[in-house]
Ligand binder design. Structure first.
Ligand SMILES: NC(=O)c1ccc[n+]([C@@H]2O[C@H](COP(=O)([O-])OP(=O)(O)OC[C@H]3O[C@@H](n4cnc5c(N)ncnc54)[C@H](OP(=O)(O)O)[C@@H]3O)[C@@H](O)[C@H]2O)c1
Length: 261
């Protein structure tokens, strides 16, 4: 199936690891020029080399997307390198889920800065660029807690619910510009943040066995944790011409875990 992505320019925030890395590489393999950002330069450089090896033009810009000035600098570098943008994937983030009384104002603020304000600022910068191309795609990576918040899921669940509202409102506001805005609500996907948890627990098992137990403990109906490459396939589809009638959707990518659709 031709996805019609060749020659497009994509930006994936948090592109140096996990879901972002898999997505950036998948977009490059489809012929996109790809920009990635993350805070740590070294993992970013390694992924830039992988993208270059996949044949794609690449921009790897160190940036903390929770800081407004760094988002502005990221987009200045993007405009200088590629001159425009077709696809924005707001992916950078990490989980912050704890008992409600354990989260102080600072914890709430940093979660909002990282996972809500980063998307707001990136979309504000991206929208004129997408409009100038006659349209484009915005894909917001959220989690299933956005739709079905559980106990001890804050502040993440509230931040992600705001991301859901942002997605729906902008899908309507930008429809006339042919800018399609969708969200993906993630359940459990293999990534750097899970591997770090496995390390913190002292590698109690092989990584595969640990993931199998995680899927069982969380009760994933499909019985396993997804690979990051499987998530990348969904991003490719939403970014592609094949998804040109889909906007304002929030798709669960969770092996059936979320109790609501
Ligand atoms: N994997 C899952 O099961 C799962 C479940 C639900 C939701 N998600 C969401 O999916 C997204 C990707 O997660 P992941 O599991 O792939 O995590 P990951 O393996 O830890 O990768 C996170 C990426 O984001 C970057 N990042 C983190 N903070 C950043 C910041 N302030 N500015 C710029 N880049 C930043 C990291 O690089 P640096 O650390 O160098 O900045 C890294 O490249 C996140 O939004 C996460 O909340 C994942």
């Amino acid at each position: 199936m031709d996805l019609g992505l060749a020659g497009k320019v994509a930006l994936v925030t948090g592109g140096s690891e996990g879901l972002g890395r898999a997505t950036a590489l998948a977009l490059a393999r489809e012929g996109c020029a790809v920009a990635i950002c993350a805070r740590r330069p070294e993992p970013l450089r390694r992924v830039a080399e992988e993208i270059a090896a996949a044949g794609g033009p690449v921009l790897a810009q160190p940036a903390d997307v929770s800081r407004a000035a760094e988002v502005r600098a990221l987009f200045a570098a993007l405009r200088a390198r590629f001159g425009g943008l077709d696809i924005l994937v707001n992916n950078a983030g990490t989980s912050a889920a704890m008992p409600f009384e354990a989260a102080d104002d600072e914890t709430w603020q940093s979660d909002l800065d990282l996972k809500l304000f980063a998307a707001i600022r990136c979309i504000r910068e991206a929208a004129p660029l997408l409009r100038a191309r006659g349209g484009g795609r915005i894909i917001n990576i959220l989690n299933t807690g956005a739709k079905a918040p559980g106990a001890r899921s804050l502040p993440t669940a509230a931040t992600r619910a705001a991301g859901l509202a942002l997605t729906k409102a902008l899908s309507r506001e930008y429809a006339g510009d042919n800018i399609l805005v969708n969200a993906i609500c993630i359940g459990l996907v293999r990534s750097g943040q899970w591997e770090r948890r496995w390390e913190r627990e002292g590698r109690p098992d092989t990584l595969d066995a640990w993931y199998a137990r995680l899927a069982q403990e969380r009760g994933v109906p499909l019985g396993r944790v997804a690979a990051a490459e499987e998530l990348a396939d969904l991003v490719l589809f939403l970014a592609s011409e094949r998804a040109r009638y889909i906007t304002g959707a929030a798709i669960n990518f969770d092996g059936g875990l979320c109790p609501v659709w």
